[in-house]
Design a binder for this molecule. Sequence first.
Ligand code: NAD
Ligand code: UD1
Length: 338
Amino acid sequence: MKILLTGGAGFIGSHTCVELCEAGHDPVIVDNYINSCPEAVRRIEQIVGRSVLCYEADVTDAAAMDRIFSENAFDCVIHFAGLKAVGESVSQPLRYYRNNLDSTLTLCETMQKHGVKRFVFSSSATVYGNQPQVPYREDMPSVGCTNPYGWTKFMIEKILEGQCTADPSWSVVLLRYFNPIGAHASGLIGEDPSGIPNNLMPFIAKVAVGELEKLSVFGNDYPTPDGTGVRDYIHVVDLAKGHVKACDYSAAHQGCEIINLGTGHGYSVLDLVNTFERVNGIKIPYVIAPRRPGDIAENYADPSKAKQLLGWTAEKNLEDMCRDTYRFQHNNPKGYQK
Ligand code: NAD
Ligand code: UD1
């Protein structure tokens, strides 16, 4: 299958590109490098041992997207492109709504014009909001998002649901990711956040290589086994394999389907710190800090729908996630470019 990956040079897109190549597909990337760089594409090519077609363009640019679709007969599209920093979305809501919604609308209109009807979307567990119970199941109604980033995901899900209602020959898979971490086992591609990371694992990785002094653990008085927040961390390579399965599934399916991609297991902040220290033989200094506003005690997925519909389950464990994250960080202490 020829598959367009918008945002394919990013963290999840680059790993998915590798898994698609290895499954015999033909991925094509479009990225404007607003949060990535061409070096990531060169690394993908190094891993898979062949060249990957990549366009530098903005997905909101209708003329550029029309040209890309004119030059390629796509079977399916995976839409990763988007801005994703929760805190930044609070301070720059218009930029987030403009980029994330406009890119989706432009992409859908271009697909419609060129008769491409299979769409896999990077949604997020953030769409559920702060549910009163775990695990999170796809049939739970959202209780509302807590930030503009989350609302863009919520709105894009609605746009795609509407398109499937209007044209039932469309096939849309809304993948709700839990907390993707880890890196490819080669140590060549991984997460390369700009500035001081907000998310837990990238922060730990920078403490591990001495770039940051210590981790602040946001709260140890939650109603969880050790008092720290519990999340469903999923290895990015498992997540990438889920996209390969979703593309296959979209070929034989019509309509709009929401599917969680998580492991079904929750781990605490201290579980992550302790596992990282143990498997990598490195001390991660930390202090207990106040709770971060907006955080919840615990969430994790019910992943049974992914197993049932896609035949997919996560295979890698927390040790793999910690080992692979550190390998990439150690090999690339300043990320891709420096
Ligand atoms: P990322 O920032 O590494 O990748 C996104 C890519 O999209 C980047 O390469 C960026 O340059 C590109 N991009 C952004 N806007 C663009 C535009 N208008 N035109 C062309 N390219 C554009 O992020 P990621 O972690 O790989 O996430 C991929 C997707 O998954 C995002 O939509 C994100 O919101 C979603 N998601 C991520 C997580 C996570 O924890 N990483 C969790 C849930 C959902
Ligand atoms: C957040 C976003 C989610 C997004 C995800 C990945 C919200 C509500 N959720 O999830 O939309 O998809 O990031 O980008 O904003 N922690 C620390 N110290 C740190 C950083 C984090 O203790 O320096 C703790 C948090 O309190 C939390 C856990 O680690 O308990 C995970 O945090 P994080 O990695 O930021 O992910 P989420 O908040 O789950």
